[in-house]
Design a protein around this ligand. Sequence first.
Ligand code: NAD
Length: 535
Amino acid sequence: MALCPRKFFRNMVTDLQLATRKVVSVNPATGNTLREFEAATDTEVHAAVVRARAAQPAWDEIGVRRRVSVLREFQRLLYQKKSEVATSITLEAGKPLVEALLTEVLVVLDAARFCVENAFTFLREQPVPHGNLAMKTKAGRILREPYGVIGIISPWNYPFSIPATESVSALVTGNAVLLKPSELTSLTSLLLASLLHEAGVPQDVFQVIIGDGATGSALLNGEIDKVIFTGSVATGKRIAQAAAGRLLPVVLELGGKDPMLVLEDADVDVASSGAVWGAFVNAGQACLSVERCYVHRRLYDTFLEACVQKAKPLRVGNGIDPQTDVGPLIHERQLRSVEAQVEDARMRGARVLIGGSRLPDLGPNFYAPTVLAEVTHAMQIMREETFGPVLPVMRFEGDEEAVRLANDSDFGLAASVWTRNRARGESLARRIQAGTVMVNDAVACFGISEAPHGGIKASGLGRTHGKFGLEEMVRIKYVDSDRMPGTKKVWWYGYGEAFTPQMEGFIDLMFARSLRQKLRGALRSAGAYLRKGRL
Ligand code: NAD
């Protein structure tokens, strides 16, 4: 093969560029650089996978009791360092300090509590009684075994709680973890790693791979056994395509466009407070944010007025200031995307009741909490994920229309129904296409460690959190052990002429409706058990 010098040098330059890709942590409230990192190269990613694979069997072998005690220590350390961790999260992700404490630190402390309390029972071998009479001589057991090496690829919006809750589930079940955090929040992941290592998780059993999308892609191409991805729908689809090539199992926690339904019997004061918090918490950058609000026509005007009155006093600012309610967006791109959606809505007839613009005096990435009225499903704001502090409110006539509007979406992560009649809310919840439906609250389901978290439709596949989150971290193995090892099985070869009617009799014994037919079947089949001439 002829060597093409131009191509050779071009490849070399590309390789050098890849080797020195920078990843920068920036404080979104000020625009100041916190730290610069070099993205891991493909070779480094590969080496990390090799180290993880080598370290995992010993981690599995120490057993669940020892792993639980390591998690307990992790929990103790996190509890001790809660303020330090929350401050670090606020500096890198922008959210108010109290939100860092509640939606990140507290969520992880509780997820660790869940694993500590449940991992032992979860991993215990599970006997399986057999219903089929022919299988009664067998003792069946379900074993839950770790996948091996689990890749976790995570976003920036909950840079601690998302990777940490997934990691503790993966670790307690005996897996090694390679975490590729968002390129925007590397520092927070390193903090997580230092806590886990200090608690006793071996260095190679939990590793952080700093980098960007290309680094995540290299991790996917590595010899990992499963990937737990949290991020946008577009990236999730790319991950699924890459994983399909080698049937790599995936969990995809993707975007949301969560509807909030305020029925005509709702408490307007409670529901409007819930809407304002649900739409503006983390500056609207939550997968579970209230992204669309539907209000019964009888409450519509009073509800809107209440939302505006409650949005007015919210203090937008640097999350490190304890007075702050709403922090900055993560970066300029996010700000432009929110602006474009609000502009699109405005052009199509939406009314901006409050907000609707940047707040440049506060810093580079601030956007005012915004309430929109007269929105329709023709607007991007009601169809695409906004991921900003915007509450678009639309009116509906009755429950049928409310359910139709809620389900008229590509997404299906979560939803909420607000009503004084809980039974009515729960009944409506069954008709809404979503992974979670809350009655009289929003967003908070992420803080319930027992509740499975995940979506349907474009919001993803699989679950994290709780027992179902643990199930995603293990392979199911069925061990069947025959109690009569010295006996040839009835159904083995040596069929002969009599065997078919005997087996018909056996099927009658098991499934005929009348007792007489069952008894007749039992008699017909009896000969089969004593059948001579089995091979
Ligand atoms: P993103 O998809 O841009 O990035 C997520 C992660 O994927 C990052 O670590 C990124 O580096 C990595 N990545 C990017 N391209 C990749 C590739 N080709 N191969 C492998 N990895 C790649 O998402 P984001 O902007 O960081 O996060 C915001 C999105 O995450 C929103 O859509 C939000 O709704 C969603 N989200 C979902 C949940 C959930 O639980 N369902 C939770 C939080 C955030």
